[in-house]
Design a protein around this ligand. Structure first.
Ligand code: ARG
Ligand code: ZN
Length: 466
């Protein structure tokens, strides 16, 4: 029935002038508007994410052979169509797709760069849920980012370090790969006996048979695809429940265990301190994955369980866990707003030092502000770093944190911390934009702050008054 309607519309389109066709298009589905866009519209990463649907849940069943580095996967996505859809994209880079089905019926697919283009055998109706199953396998490789770093599935000597910011989720599962679209996840991962596979949320169970162990993980809270992990290695595992009832799961590479132990011991008190400052911890589980992954070169705030490439220092532990509020629970709407993640997590480090016998945030601020106008810190304004090449660069982290410090000075401590807590509470499990943060700060303080935010987030060069 629906298919007939679409066919008729196509016929009309072929015989009327374009302007008229556009008018008709507004009245009903055309071939063009049943095609989901290949990107989510992000200026920095135009092909990341896709249009036409929202993924509610990812059910990933993976097998990883640590010696051959072969990955076998089945992804079942439950999604809701946000428009009528006859064709839509998923993001998947590398790997071989062996079959795709939509609502149980085989679907046609082709690969165009990072786009897995799926043509459904029937038109999916706007507002309805549908289910896509993708069978795939191959040797996952990390993706190289505009700044030269790599992310995604990064093989290690005993497994893989799996960190997807900003683009790497698509190196190991088909995704609507943009933080705009958050979903719950079930991740089931089978690895050789003796290796541990760690993902997000809670461990539902673990079973060994025929020399292989299967780990079943579940994250029920909405999660951006870049925050999903399936890190594999030889790990020492520690599990406990905190006084606040949080389930903690720490997995540590034995080579990092000595250096990591005193820092990981602080996790409950760091989370309690952050909860006092930012409001209730947004998730039900917590923990750490301390890998030995020299090829990665960074840590990532993987949801519920940050991932470190080596034993973290306390400040890094504070940073990655602060992201659970700022970045993970309150997610970006576009990558240009990255200071909402990195500026906030960096400022959490300054605050932690201030309240634990270290430098005051003002002292830290002043030391950075003393840098000459030629310093890289002032190379570009953090509110719109210009391209994906700059999103993890110093100005985003440091001048982003400086922006929050300026806000604090302008509105006073009481309102500043009320604003931080309201930001985390109002956008919990959801998204935020810089404009929304500015409005919130103005509303709660009763002050006009557009000048301050303009100077610190958007004006080129070193701000002259501080
Ligand atoms: N968000 C991470 C952090 O600052 C950094 C991720 C860097 N990713 C990359 N591909 N270089 O905690
Ligand atoms: Zn960060």
């Amino acid at each position: 029935r629906r298919r007939t309607a679409v066919l008729r519309r196509e016929t009309v389109l072929a015989t009327v002038p374009l302007a008229v066709a556009a008018l008709i298009g507004a009245a009903g589905p055309t071939a063009a508007d049943t095609t989901g866009a290949p990107g989510a519209g992000d200026r920095y990463f135009p092909l990341s994410g896709n249009g036409g649907y929202h993924v509610r849940h990812y059910d990933l069943t993976l097998g990883y052979d640590t010696s051959s580095r072969h990955l076998d996967g089945t992804a079942v996505l439950t999604a809701a169509a946000t428009q009528n859809l006859s064709r839509f994209d998923l993001d998947l880079k590398g790997l071989k797709v062996t079959g795709v089905s939509v609502d149980g019926a085989p679907a046609a697919f082709r690969r165009v760069g990072q786009e897995l283009v799926v043509t459904s055998h029937h038109t999916l109706r706007k507002g309805r849920d549908f289910r896509v199953t993708v069978a795939y396998n191959g040797t996952p490789k990390p993706v190289t980012d505009p700044d030269g770093s790599t992310d995604g599935w990064i093989p290690t000597d005993d497994g893989a370090f799996v960190a997807g910011e900003p683009q790497g989720a698509m190196t190991w599962f088909p995704a609507n790969n943009h933080p705009k679209d958050k979903a719950s996840y079930d991740i089931t991962l089978t690895v050789p006996e003796g290796r541990t596979a760690v993902a997000n949320g809670v461990l539902l169970g673990q079973r060994t048979a025929h020399g292989r162990t299967t780990f079943r993980w579940r994250e029920t809270q909405p999660m951006a695809s870049y925050l999903a992990t399936a890190t594999v290695g030889k790990f020492k595992v520690e599990q406990y429940t905190t006084h606040d009832g949080l389930k903690v799961y720490n997995a540590v590479d034995p080579r990092e265990a000595g250096a990591a132990a005193p820092v990981l011991k602080q996790l409950p008190s760091v989370l309690a301190w952050e909860s006092k400052l930012f409001g209730p911890y947004p998730f039900r589980s917590a923990g750490s994955i301390v890998d030995h992954a020299p090829d990665a070169g960074y840590a990532l705030e993987t949801q519920t369980r940050p991932l470190y490439d080596s034993a973290p220092d306390l400040s890094t532990l504070v940073h990655e866990n602060a992201h659970q509020w700022f970045g993970d629970s309150v997610s970006l709407t576009s990558w240009k707003d990255i200071w909402l993640n990195e500026g906030f997590a960096s400022y959490a480090e300054w605050l932690y030092a201030e309240q634990h016998g270290g430098d005051s945030a003002q002292t830290t601020f002043a030391a950075y502000y003393a840098r000459p106008a030629s310093d890289h810190l002032w190379a570009f304004p953090p509110g719109d770093p210009g391209s994906g090449q700059n999103i993890f660069d110093t100005p985003v982290y440091v001048r982003g944190a400086m922006t929050l410090h300026e806000l604090r000075k302008a509105v006073g401590d009481r309102d500043f911390f009320r604003i931080l807590r309201a930001w985390a509470a109002d956008h919990r499990g959801d998204h935020g934009t810089t404009a929304q943060f500015v409005r919130l700060a103005e509303r709660m303080s009763g002050k006009r702050l557009d000048g301050l935010f303009h100077t610190w987030l958007y004006a080129k060069g070193k701000p002259d008054r501080a």
